[in-house]
Structures are given as structure tokens and as C-alpha cells.
Write a protein that binds this ligand. Sequence first.
Ligand code: AMP
Ligand code: GLY
Length: 438
Amino acid sequence: MKILIVGSGGREHALAWRLARSLRVSQMWVAGGNSGTAGLATNVAISPENVPEVVTLAREISADLVVVGPEQPLVEGLVDCLAEAGIPAFGPSRSAARIEASKSFARQVMRDAGVPGPEYRVFHEQSAAVDFLTKHASPVVIKADGLAAGKGVALCPGPEEAVLAVKGCMEDRIFGSAGDSVVVEEWLHGPEVSVFTFSDGENLSAPVAACDYKQVDDGDQGPNTGGMGSFAPPPFWDQVLADEITRTILRPTVERMAELGCPYRGILYAGIMLTDDGPRVLEFNCRFGDPETQVIMPLLESDPVDAMLASIEGNLSHTEVRWGQKPHVGVVLVSGGYPGAYETGKEISGLDSDCGRVGGRELETNSLVFHAGTANASDGDGTRVVTSGGRVLTVVGRGDTIEGARATAYRRVEAIGFENAKYRSDIGDLAVGSRGRI
Ligand code: AMP
Ligand code: GLY
């Protein structure tokens, strides 16, 4: 089969790496891509967010399956446009992707379906929000309703901070139209886990779980980023918890989406907090997580194409999706300065040339290197790999324990370098943010 992957990050390299191991895949293209995906597939220099260009490319290569990585093209209806062109695409329709694109829509779905989450209120007027917040002294979380590239959430210990956050959204419009409405939520506490399930609109696969690290500095300090590391499976993840989350969160949500006439097909990603009162949903996303995908793709033992086609065709009840248990830890290397301003074009040393190809050095090193902001630069001395973005690589170690996987990941990280490279040194440390607790 010919596969087109849409996206340019570590998530998409990890998807390409896993798809390359499927006996069903003969050829792959990537819309966007990076130096890592170039070793496994043909990169095509178009924007993953340009829906008409992606559809044209899928037609030109006669793709048998399109796998969409990021949320933006899903929210803009890429899967609907591909379906109209008769091309099977893995990911939710535009109307189902609202579960990520609108936090108020997602909360309404959860309320209707009885899915546990924080208490919340939605406001369309700044004055009403301010009025509510000044009368309501407890800590709250303020969220811009729409897509804000992961930046639209403010944790507010008191009314002053909350009123400022609302002003930022609704008056200063720092997130543009995404902040036209805001959701005010109860501030919950507990360890967080990202849970992923394949859904065909009605049936669900076994879920898989991972933990990620969002803040830039050790000890969960500093500004939020697109992700500084991840591990899977979490030590507390067992069949009892997986069953509880499926029963109380994933299944009722998928059932409600079907009732609403927007059946959810694709990967459903639930960001969950394990509170003292049980699992509570912080958010739903309509895609795989990054950098979680880099540690869960190595766990997928069954065929990824089978799972994706079954999700599209409504066949998940006849398709086994099997996840392994071997611990994996992923450390993200970023450009110095990220998530603020940073330089690019720095040569990266210590990479293997195999890019995760079947038969590469993976088994020998027990590690994998997934690329994100990297590019091939050619000059008189041949081709070099250089940095081209803020998040540059995810280095994944595998082991018999999280500690072992962590040690392997950091050994490999130390062999890789570029000017001003930065990474957290506590990824996979279960004490950080009580990620090992339940
Ligand atoms: P979201 O984009 O909604 O997942 O929010 C980003 C991050 O904000 C989450 O990973 C949590 O760390 C935090 N967060 C979101 N909602 C809440 C909440 N209701 N209570 C506590 N923390 C939250
Ligand atoms: N790991 C967070 C995200 O993918 O949104």
C-alpha cells in the first residue's frame, strides 16, 4: 500500500518508523517531513496545513491511506476532503475534530455523556466572566475556547490572575478568535496521563497510556512547551485503570459523538488527571500526542495499517490492537532559547544514518532517534543534518524498567550534539510531578 503521512514533527517520524515495519506498506510519502522521515519516505515540501495541496498530492501518488498527524488540518476538514476524493484517511472528520477545536463543545459532550471532569462555566462576554470570577474566590483554570497551539490555558490561583487571563483572551485577543469565548474550570490536582484509543465511531481498541513533560526546565519549572519528554507505559497503568477509563470516559464520549451525528473515527486522545476522586478529563485531542507517539509507537505490536483501516471502515470489533509493556523513555532535545526565540541551521553530530530503517542500529543500541526540527543541508562536503526548528529530536531509550530505559535514553542523548542544544535531565524520573504515583 502507498501511504501519505501529513506533518513534520517527531510524532510523524515515529508514525513513519512504525508504518515502515508493516508488511502492508510498500511506499511512503510525507507532506512536510524532516531529515528523519526523508530516510524512510519521500518528503514533499508542502505545508501540512494546506488542505488543497495535501489532497492534490494524495491524488497524484494514488495514496491508499493518508495518516494525518497534527490537529490543524483535521479541524479544517482534510479528512472530509480526502473522503470526497475517494481516498481513505485516518483521523476524525471536521465535525468530530471539534472535540479538540472547541473546549466548550468538548465539555458539553462530556456533561451530556456523564463523563467526569472539573466543574466549569462557559462565557461569551467578558463582563459576565469577570462578574463570576470576582464573586468566586477559589483557584480556577481559564481556557480560550478555540485552538491556541497549546498556549490557551492559564492556571489562576485567585480572582486577580483569572480576571487578567480573561482580559488577555477577550479584550487583548492574544489568541485571536480562539479567545472569543472562555471556559472557566475548577482547578484539579493529581498526576496526569495521556490515554489513546483507536475508535471507529462505535467500537474502541484497547487504550494505551503515556506521561509527558510540558515545561521547559527540570522539576516542571519554566514556560510550557510543545513537550520536553515522555514515557510509556506509566508504572501505575494496569488493566483495572484501563477498564475504568474506557468505561467512564472513552466509551461514553464516543457514544455521545455518534448520537450528535459526528461519529468519532481516528485516535481519541484523552488528557486525564488522576484525582483523589478518580480520573477526570482535562481535555480531549483529536490526534496522537507529541512526544507521546515517540514512546507508544514502539509499543504497538499489531499492524498499524490494520488498526487505521479498521477505524475508517468500522471494523475495530474484528481487529486486535495489541500494545506491549516494555518501558520506553523519550528525551526531547530543543534549540537553546526555545520556547522563545532560537537559532537554526546548527549541524547535528552523533546521529546514525539509518534513521530508524528496518535493520538499523535500533536493537544494538536499544534506542531510537526521532527527528522533528531537522533538515538535510547539502554543500561541497556532502549532506549534513542541521536544526530547523525549536524541538529538534526525541531520543527514545528502551529497557526492562523505566529507570533502565531512562539511562539508555540519556546515554544516547550524550552522544548527540549541536550548538546550544538543551534538554531536561529529569525525564522518566517518577518523582517529578508524582508521575509514578496513583
Ligand atoms: P489542556 O490544554 O486543557 O490539557 O491544558 C494544559 C494543561 O493545563 C494540562 O496538561 C494540565 O496540566 C493543566 N490543566 C488543564 N485543565 C486543568 C484543570 N481543570 N485543573 C488543573 N490543571 C489543568
Ligand atoms: N503532548 C501534548 C500534545 O500532544 O498535545
